[in-house]
Write a protein that binds this ligand. Structure first.
Ligand SMILES: Cc1cc2nc3c(=O)[nH]c(=O)nc-3n(C[C@H](O)[C@H](O)[C@H](O)COP(=O)(O)O)c2cc1C
Length: 176
C-alpha cells in the first residue's frame, strides 16, 4: 500500500492545520497516512554530520519509507514556521537529498486571514522544488481557517471539504 507521510507545520495543540490533516487522514482512501512528527529534531548543523544526530537519522529513515508527502502548514511571518523549515533542512542533506528527491509532494496552507497563507504556500513550493521534490502544481490555500470547523472540530465548510477531497484524490492518482 502507498504510504503518505504528513508533516504539519504547526505545533499548537489547537492547530487548525492539524485539524485539516486529521480530516485528510480520516478519508476512506486506498493509502496509508502516517503523520511524521519532527518537533524533537535538534536544529540542523552540518558540523554534526560526521556522527549524525540519532533523531535526524530516525526522521530521515521514516521519510524514506514514505512514497509521498503532504505538507499542511500555517503561514508564519510571510513564510513557513521555523520548525518545519528545520525538518526540511534535515531532509535536504546529505547531498544528493536521497530522502526526498523525486518524491511527490502536495502542499496545503492555511491562515486566519483571507489569503490562506499564500506566501507560505509559494515559499514552501519553491523550496521543495529546489530540493528536488515532485511538487503537485496545486495552490491550496485555506483562508479564515477558524471558520471552517465547528466546535467539535468537524469540517463544516463544504467548499473547503470539496477542495480538499478533490486535491487529495487527484494527488493519489498521480502517485499510484
Ligand atoms: C508567529 C505567527 C506568525 C504569523 N504570521 C502570519 C502571517 O504572516 N500571515 C498570516 O496570514 N497569518 C499569520 N499568522 C496567523 C496564522 O496563520 C494562524 O493563526 C493559523 O491559524 C495558525 O495555524 P495553526 O492554527 O495551525 O496553529 C501567524 C501566527 C503566528 C503564531
Amino acid at each position: 500500500m502507498t504510504n503518505i507521510g504528513i508533516l504539519v507545520g504547526s505545533l499548537s495543540e489547537k492547530s487548525y492545520s492539524q485539524k485539516i490533516a486529521n480530516y485528510l487522514m480520516k478519508e476512506q482512501l486506498p493509502v496509508k497516512f502516517v503523520q511524521v512528527n519532527y518537533e524533537i529534531l535538534p536544529l540542523y548543523n552540518p558540523d554534526l554530520e560526521h556522527s549524525p544526530i540519532l533523531e535526524w537519522q530516525i526522521f530521515r529513515s521514516v521519510i524514506d519509507q514514505m512514497d509521498a508527502l503532504v505538507l499542511v502548514t500555517p503561514e508564519y511571518n510571510f513564510s513557513i514556521p521555523g520548525g518545519l523549515k528545520n525538518a526540511l533542512d534535515v531532509l535536504s542533506v546529505p547531498l544528493p537529498p536521497a530522502h526526498i528527491v523525486h518524491k511527490p509532494a502536495l502542499v496545503i496552507t492555511d491562515s486566519s486571514g483571507e489569503r490562506g497563507g499564500a506566501n507560505a504556500n509559494a515559499h514552501i513550493q519553491q523550496l521543495l522544488r529546489y530540493m528536488g521534490m515532485n511538487v503537485k502544481n496545486d495552490f491550496i490555500t485555506i483562508g479564515k481557517v477558524q471558520e471552517v470547523f465547528d466546535n467539535q472540530d468537524r469540517l463544516v465548510d463544504q467548499q473547503v471539504a470539496k477542495e480538499l477531497d478533490g486535491a487529495i484524490k487527484s494527488f493519489i492518482d498521480t502517485i499510484e
